[in-house]
Design a protein around this ligand. Structure first.
Ligand code: SF4
Ligand code: SF4
Length: 186
């Protein structure tokens, strides 16, 4: 090869990439960077960051029944759940306290996997940095609870499957409580 040809070829590639970056779209050979935070990449549907809790309209209608399974299974032990009690001191099947320390969470998604009540799912939100992480990265029940509409927007495929499953379970429960239709005399 003629002396200097390698350098010249490299310069041509660089020049080509420089020019196309102004005329082609991102992912089509165009400029790779985006002007964050004004511009944002759409996250993949199954992208997971930190967990959130789903409610059906209000904090009172949170799906979590405080069974504590996610707390037990969480590998970093960053979930803390306490069951609420009713006026008679009996378990109320909802959390009085539900905290997650985002500073410890390793985004494994185990809590979502093990929850039998379709209550906790992994969120897309990632801008959660804070000073004093021992204090400011602890999320409480009110911070964690988000409506089902949020879940449907963030993870539509999974939310649709869960909605369908819950609807079918409700219908089954309703059918089981209906009085049996009296038989016509023969
Ligand atoms: S994602 Fe993993 S580490 Fe984070 S709270 Fe859930 S189980 Fe724990
Ligand atoms: S989020 Fe699910 S697994 Fe965790 S305590 Fe609530 S119902 Fe149980």
């Amino acid at each position: 090869m003629t002396f200097g040809m390698g350098v010249l070829k490299g310069m041509i590639v660089t020049l080509k990439n420089f020019v196309t970056s102004y005329f082609c779209k991102r992912n089509e050979g165009g400029i790779f960077t985006i002007q964050y935070p004004e511009e944002r990449e759409k996250t993949a549907e199954n992208f997971r960051n930190f967990p959130f809790l789903v409610h059906d309209g209000s904090l009172e209608k949170i799906r979590c029944v405080a069974c504590g399974i996610c707390e037990r299974e969480c590998p970093t032990k960053c979930i803390h759940v306490e069951m609420a009690t009713d006026a008679f001191g009996k378990p109320a099947r909802k959390p009085a306290v539900f905290d997650i320390d985002y500073g410890l969470c390793m985004n494994c998604g185990m809590c979502e996997e093990v929850c039998p009540f379709d209550s906790i799912f992994m969120d897309h939100a990632f801008e959660v940095s804070a000073a004093e992480r021992q204090v400011n990265l602890i999320r409480h029940k009110a911070d964690l609870a988000k409506p089902n509409s949020y879940f449907q927007k963030e993870r539509p495929t999974l939310a649709a499957i869960i909605d369908q499953k819950r609807k079918a379970a409700d219908e089954k429960k309703k059918a089981a409580t209906q009085p049996a239709t009296p038989q016509e005399p023969k």
